[in-house]
Write a protein that binds this ligand. Structure first.
Ligand code: GDP
Length: 294
């Protein structure tokens, strides 16, 4: 991922080579190339324009004060602006409460169940007592998938395969978690292939009924601009606390990672980089910016 963006940015920086200082004139074509590179990576026009306008202004402002090679200064400014675009600092998940309740939402196939397992495993390694809750009542395979994951990582899974009321199930799960002294419950919910009213209403109702400490929205980064649009819709309904970007190991162009924070103003908290339980990382905007710049 990001290879093509990396190449294009490197190409844009080259146009500043040998220039003694950054001026309005020599910066214009570089900025234009950066904007085009971002848009080719699936960053939406508005976000690409905002970030490149800021890069340009910063570059012009700082040139007078700092005497370094302009290409280096410029790369540094782009690195800083990309970091800001993706949220600045890594943002922790709120795990207050006994138990803390983490609600997982997103479209079907985005990687919710896989992430739920990974997150449970990550927390278990920190010594927490975790319970996974199978809230996807429509696909029996989803319940089995969570049970298999639970077994694999040694975490309890609460499921009621016969019960067709997701709100009821999650409330029962919460009672059970309390009686067992669990520290954290992770509620995996049902997704659909596209945003639909029944799914939205259901996950909204679950949210109201269990009052989660943290709502995480899971999105497949391979879906580009669609990922950002889906995030917008879910955020309007759920007012989630953070984003989990999945499938960053694929050949996505990277636009979702770059634009989702700017569009919904919610931090990306985790990134998922494979199918295995250990393929989970806390999202660090500065590290991601460095990776993009190669
Ligand atoms: P859900 O329907 O949202 O619960 O999605 P799943 O967790 O079942 O994931 C859908 C598919 O994507 C499965 O085949 C997962 O193994 C795969 N998957 C999930 N996360 C990742 C990831 O980060 N990278 C890759 N390559 N595959 C993933």
């Amino acid at each position: 991922m990001f290879e093509s963006l990396q190449d294009k940015l490197a190409g844009a920086f080259k146009t500043l080579k040998g220039k003694g200082r950054i001026t309005d004139v020599n910066i214009a074509s570089t900025v234009k190339e950066i904007r085009r590179a971002l848009m080719d990576a699936d960053v939406n026009y508005k976000v690409a324009k905002e970030v490149t306008d800021r890069v340009k202004q910063e570059a012009l402002d700082r040139d007078v004060k700092i005497a370094v090679e302009p290409g280096q200064l410029f790369t540094k400014i782009v690195q800083e602006e990309l970091t800001q675009l993706m949220g600045g600092k890594a943002q922790p998940v709120n795990l207050q409460g006994s138990p803390a309740i983490v609600l997982i939402a997103g479209l079907q196939g985005s990687g919710k169940t896989t992430f739920s397992g990974k997150f449970a495993s990550y927390l278990k390694k920190q010594g927490k007592q975790v319970m996974l809750v199978a809230g996807d009542i429509y696909r029996p395979a989803a319940i089995t998938q969570l049970q298999v994951l639970g077994e694999q990582i040694g975490v309890d899974v609460y499921a009621e395969p016969e019960n067709k009321n997701a709100v009821d199930i999650t409330q029962n799960a919460l009672k059970e978690a309390k009686s067992k002294g669990k520290n954290i419950i992770i509620v995996d919910t049902a997704g659909r292939l596209a945003v639909d009213e029944v799914m939205m209403k259901e996950v909204e109702n679950i949210k109201k009924a269990i009052n989660p400490t943290e709502v995480l929205f899971v999105v497949d980064s391979m879906t580009g601009q669609d990922a950002v649009n889906t995030a917008k819709t879910f955020n309007e309904r759920l007012d989630f606390d953070g984003v989990v970007l999945t499938k960053l190991d694929g050949d996505a162009r990277g636009g979702a990672a770059l634009s989702v924070k700017a569009v919904v103003d919610k931090p990306i908290k985790f990134m998922s980089t494979g199918e295995k339980m250990e393929d989970l990382d806390i999202f660090h905007p500065d590290r991601m910016a460095n990776r993009i710049l190669g």
